[in-house]
Design a protein around this ligand. Structure first.
Ligand SMILES: NC(=O)c1ccc[n+]([C@@H]2O[C@H](COP(=O)([O-])OP(=O)(O)OC[C@H]3O[C@@H](n4cnc5c(N)ncnc54)[C@H](OP(=O)(O)O)[C@@H]3O)[C@@H](O)[C@H]2O)c1
Length: 321
């Protein structure tokens, strides 16, 4: 099969499309023919080996698993022993990061419970854009953030995958939504329905003089004290990721009693089945940058890492749209 291979940590230009043996499904695993995959923060970190502390997970000296990619849509091609939920030919999608990486390839093996049936009416390209970012957005806003109707919500790092889903979830509840990002994304964000957009290179959202009921942060870069300044008295702050040092400071602040500061620990694919009808009827729509092809992966990983994308960067694999 064809796969994108990352032999060592470094710039994405070192990624190569090579012929490698297809994986064989073991007990409880499903072999999926990948039709589309998407670029995520984890791929950028895995290819670059940064922040360096992540090498404890990806491999100390080189990536332990050389094929990047955690998100897929595709077709069940073979079943390992003991698999009961899936049949050959089923159309599936999912965030398979719990079972490793490897979706930048014609085939990948995934643990049976990490896959979900593609909702009716959804293309492979759309399905590949959903699992990771929609789950992060849902768990941050609804699960932990306890979003309520009509609240004032600020999304920091709002132009990417998580932010564009978070906007849709907040708008469903009639909230007023501020979005913080930079560059060309700001225009695209206004078109998508953000009520206010802020350029983080020009303005610090913690110094706006506005107070929010809920702040969801995709890129935590500020101290707990600064973040608390942006909240109304009973406001909640929820981060999905950011600078490791800042996240540790948040954990300490929480331990010291700031119980309205939260960090999401993603539970992959948890709500996808219950959101299927909203996905099928178009209430929740992925914002897709692309689709591109797998051959483009080196350029796209850089494009993503430099934050030039809007929404989800999707690649088709093996020519399926
Ligand atoms: N909690 C968990 O379990 C878990 C699991 C997986 C991933 N994650 C995290 O979830 C996040 C993924 O979000 P995503 O997929 O939406 O990423 P994304 O598509 O890269 O979007 C993030 C956006 O934030 C912008 N940004 C960068 N620095 C910023 C700053 N200082 N202020 C405001 N905006 C800034 C980026 O733009 P520029 O680059 O142009 O600045 C980009 O547009 C990552 O932080 C990842 O580490 C969390």
């Amino acid at each position: 099969m064809k796969a994108i291979i990352c032999e060592r940590y470094g710039p994405p230009e070192q990624l190569q499309l090579l012929d490698v043996p297809a994986p064989v499904p073991q007990k409880g695993q499903v072999l999926v023919r990948v039709c589309a995959t998407s670029v995520n923060d984890q791929d950028w970190s895995m290819v670059n080996g940064t922040p360096r502390i992540y090498r404890l997970i990806f491999g100390l000296f080189r990536p332990r698993h050389p094929v990047p990619g955690i998100e897929l849509s595709g077709v069940v091609e073979a079943l390992g022993p003991g698999v009961s939920r899936w049949r050959l030919g089923d159309k599936v999608y999912g965030d398979v990061s719990n079972g490793g990486m490897g979706t930048y390839a014609d085939f990948v093996v995934a643990p049976e419970p990490e896959l979900r049936r593609i909702p009716d009416g959804l293309s492979f390209v759309q399905a590949a854009a959903l699992p990771h970012a929609l789950e992060l957005a849902h768990q941050a806003l609804i699960g932990i953030g306890k979003l309520k109707e009509g609240e004032r919500v600020l999304l920091n790092g709002a132009g990417g995958g998580v932010g564009t889903f978070a906007l849709q979830l907040a708008k469903q509840q009639g909230c007023t939504v501020w979005g913080v990002d930079t560059g060309d994304k700001l225009k695209a964000m206004s078109a998508l329905g953000f009520d206010h957009v802020i350029d983080y290179t020009q303005q610090d959202f913690t110094q706006l003089g506005e107070r929010f009921d809920l702040v969801v942060d995709m890129k935590t870069k500020r101290s707990p004290r600064e973040l608390l300044r942006a909240l109304v008295p009973n406001g909640r702050y929820v981060t999905v990721g950011g600078d490791p040092g800042r996240l540790i400071a948040l954990l300490f602040a929480r331990l010291l009693g700031r119980r309205n500061l939260h960090i999401v620990a993603l539970k992959s694919n948890q709500n996808l089945d219950s959101l299927a009808s909203l996905i099928s009827n178009g209430t929740l729509k992925p914002v897709i940058d692309g689709p591109y092809t797998l051959e483009d992966a080196p350029r796209l990983v850089r494009y993503f890492g430099e934050g030039r994308h809007t929404g989800k960067v999707v690649m088709v694999v093996g020519g399926t749209k």
